[in-house]
Design a protein around this ligand. Structure first.
Ligand SMILES: Nc1ncnc2c1ncn2[C@@H]1O[C@H](COP(=O)(O)OP(=O)(O)OP(=O)(O)O)[C@@H](O)[C@H]1O
Length: 322
């Protein structure tokens, strides 16, 4: 694949950034490594995340995504390499940086005996903000009707949204979200997409991990695919999909076209029967569709082009796990 880059080389290799902090990219990692005992969880990662970018970190379970994001957040110290966030090193804990970062982790902590509003008002107070900031954050994540419910009584998905509200309450420049949509139902997930799009429209930078590849394809400006601690691809979803070798699938209702006849059509590389359709995988969709159209018409024929999920499977050889 020619458009993917395992690493980026445009970042300076010195320990200090060469541009003023305010003009610096959101995140610059250079040769970052982290081991747990013998395990290289992050194995030499270099990348730059621009201001205002929506950046996705994808990869199989255990690939090192959380470790990488925790290093960016200043929650974990890298063993080697340099890390700059908004032009500053996040480790050791940087008091100037903290109010500008919003963090939602997989293990977000709550004041469980408080109500959702009290919890967020407490978080807001830590940043010196008035309690009204809590109501704004509750509204942002669609939890206004649960404002007076105890945190301990919220559903898993509602608690997840509260964790995201906690990351946004102080209107940070850079938001880190670790699998924010993992526990959400389909509607809540779509609602959160809009919240995240609105954040990006406000000029904030979002760095997030997900196992939902459709979501990453829809939301992210760029994604990094991480396998065994290394970035094996980094580009826009569009360019990654464009460079993929995944075939287009043409689906014809069963009974209209035999599998033998389908196999003989131009461009067809594989034929299967799935979910009531004869599925023709083709490397040249135009000639295949024209031939199908001549034989059975195109009224009930569906096509599916390559997606980020196809690219992911091609590169990682594994299914995404949620
Ligand atoms: N504190 C730790 N001590 C020892 N090993 C750890 C620790 N944290 C993570 N690991 C290991 O490091 C590797 C990377 O873990 P990490 O949580 O960063 O992966 P991930 O890509 O976020 O996975 P997932 O998608 O399952 O959340 C895994 O093999 C994990 O078991």
């Amino acid at each position: 694949m020619t458009t993917t880059h395992a690493t980026e080389t445009s970042t300076p290799s010195s320990a200090e950034p060469t541009v003023p902090a305010e003009a610096a990219p959101a995140v610059v990692l250079n040769g970052v490594r982290k081991r747990y005992g013998d395990l290289p969880a992050v194995d030499g990662v270099s990348l730059t995340i621009r201001r205002g970018e929506f950046f996705g970190i994808l990869g199989p379970n255990g690939a090192g995504k959380t470790t990488l994001i925790e290093i960016m957040e200043g929650l974990r110290q890298a063993d080697a390499g340099t890390v700059h966030v908004l032009g500053m090193p996040p480790w050791p804990r940087n008091a100037a940086l903290l109010p500008r970062l919003g963090l939602q982790t997989q293990k977000s902590a709550f004041f469980a005996r408080l109500t959702a509003r009290e919890h967020l008002a407490t978080v807001a107070a830590l940043y010196g903000l008035p309690a009204t900031a809590a109501d704004t954050a509750l509204r942002t994540v669609g939890l206004t009707s649960q404002a007076d419910q105890r945190v301990g009584d919220l559903s898993g998905g509602q608690r997840q949204r509260l964790a995201i509200a906690g990351a946004l309450v102080h209107q940070p420049d850079l938001v880190f979200l670790d699998e924010p949509t993992a526990a959400l139902d389909a509607q809540a997930r779509r609602d959160l997409w809009q919240v995240l799009r609105d954040l990006k429209a406000q000029g904030r930078t979002i760095v997030y991990t997900t196992h939902h590849l459709d979501e990453a394809e829809s939301l992210c400006d760029r994604v990094a695919i991480v396998v065994a601690g290394s970035v094996i691809a980094l580009d826009t979803p569009h360019r990654l999909v464009g460079a993929a070798h995944a075939p287009t699938r043409v689906m014809v209702p069963v009974g209209q076209l035999s599998t033998e006849r389908a196999q003989s059509l131009p461009g067809v590389v594989r034929v299967t029967v799935e979910g009531g359709s004869v599925v023709l995988e083709t490397s040249t969709a135009g000639p295949t569709l024209a031939a199908v159209g001549d034989l059975v018409g195109l009224d009930e024929v569906q096509t599916r082009t390559a997606t980020l999920e196809d690219v992911y499977l091609e590169l990682t050889g594994s299914e995404p796990h949620s």
